[in-house]
Design a protein around this ligand. Structure first.
Ligand SMILES: [Fe+2]
Ligand SMILES: [Fe+2]
Length: 212
C-alpha cells in the first residue's frame, strides 16, 4: 500500500502540496552531471536516504502516539521507505557494489538547524522539513529519470517519482493534524525559504549524492 495524505484531509487541498510548488529554488545545474558521473556513489547514498527516511518516520510516529491516523500513516510510510531501500539495495548489488556506513547528509543537517523548541512547534517543523526533503527528492528523481539512459537505473527513478510526490503532501497534512492550517502555512513558507538558502549555500555538488 502506498501511504497517502490522511483520509480525513480534503482532497481539494492537495494541489497546494504539489511538491514542485513547495520548492522555492530549482536544483543548481551542476548537480545532475556530478550525480550521473558516479552512479555507484549516487545509488549507495540513495539507499542510505531511504533507510534514514524509514527511521525518521518511526521516530516521528513516536512523537504523537495518541493520534491513530498519524501513527498508521507513518507506520505505512516507514514500510514503504524500506521497500524503496530494498529496490535501491538490489540495484547497488546488481552493479557489483556494496553499501557503505551511513554518513551525515549536510543538506539535512543544515535544514534541521532551525527547528523550534517546544513539543508542538518542534514536531510541526520536523514534519514540514520532511515534506521539503521529499519535495527536493521528487525534483531530483525527475532530473535523474530524464538524464539517465534506458535501463534499470532510469526505471527505478521513474518508479519512485509518484511516491515521493505523495510523501511531500502526506507530511504537510500530518503537520496540519498537529497545528492549525494557518500556522502550518506560514511556517511552511519559512521552512521552504530556509531550504532554498541551504541549497544555495551548498553550491555545486562536490560528490554524487541525492541531496548534494
Ligand atoms: Fe522513498
Ligand atoms: Fe519518501
Amino acid at each position: 500500500m502506498t501511504p497517502s495524505a490522511p483520509d480525513s484531509e480534503p482532497r481539494s487541498g492537495r494541489a497546494a502540496y504539489d511538491p514542485d510548488c513547495l520548492l522555492q529554488c530549482p536544483t543548481p545545474a551542476g548537480w545532475l552531471p556530478v550525480a550521473l558521473g558516479d552512479l555507484d556513489a549516487l545509488l549507495i547514498d540513495h539507499a542510505g536516504c531511504e533507510q534514514k527516511a524509514a527511521a525518521a518516520a518511526l521516530t516521528l510516529l513516536g512523537k504523537n502516539p495518541e493520534d491513530r491516523v498519524f501513527v498508521e500513516t507513518l507506520s505505512h510510510l516507514a514500510q514503504e521507505e524500506m521497500r524503496h531501500f530494498d529496490l535501491v539495495f538490489r540495484l547497488v548489488l546488481g552493479r557489483g557494489a556494496t553499501l557503505r556506513p551511513l554518513s551525515v547528509d549536510p543538506y539535512v543537517r543544515d535544514l534541521l538547524a532551525i527547528i523550534r523548541k517546544g513539543r508542538i512547534e518542534g514536531l510541526i517543523d520536523r514534519l514540514l522539513m520532511a515534506a521539503l526533503i521529499e519535495a527536493r527528492s521528487h525534483e531530483r528523481f525527475q532530473l535523474l529519470a530524464a538524464g539517465l539512459p534506458a535501463g534499470p537505473e532510469r526505471d527505478l527513478y521513474e518508479e519512485l517519482i509518484p511516491p515521493e510526490a505523495g510523501h511531500a503532501a502526506l507530511f504537510v497534512a500530518l503537520a496540519e493534524r498537529v497545528g492549525s492550517k494557518a500556522d502550518v502555512r506560514v511556517r511552511l513558507s519559512q521552512v521552504a525559504a530556509h531550504e532554498a538558502t541551504v541549497i544555495a549555500a551548498l553550491g555545486e555538488a562536490p560528490e554524487a549524492r541525492i541531496h548534494g
